[in-house]
Design a protein. Structure first.
Length: 93
């Protein structure tokens, strides 16, 4: 008995592409799409492992999406702290 070949999850491919786009062309939107589709793809692959593959692609999309969001938020906090400090120094001089 031969098993039919497994297909790659379309959601996993979408997650990976959106994660890459999140680092290049559409930073926040691409990252959010990568996170949502990555979680959906991992669930889809886990429910039907004999039929679907692509868990690694979904995981890569999740990592790209989450890392972009975290790093951009840290960057915004540092930026506001820097300019807030400059503003505070200007008021006190």
């Amino acid at each position: 008995m031969t098993l039919p070949p497994r297909q790659t999850s379309g959601l996993a491919i979408t997650s990976l592409i959106a994660g890459i786009l999140g680092w290049t062309i559409v930073p926040w939107i691409g990252s959010i799409v990568a996170i949502v589709t990555g979680h959906l793809a991992r669930g889809e692959v886990r429910r039907a492992p004999e039929r679907l593959e692509g868990d690694g692609m979904a995981l890569a999309g999740l990592i790209l999406g989450y890392s972009m969001l975290v790093l951009s938020l840290v960057g915004l906090v540092v930026l506001f702290a820097f300019f807030g400090g400059l503003f505070w120094l200007g008021l006190n001089s």
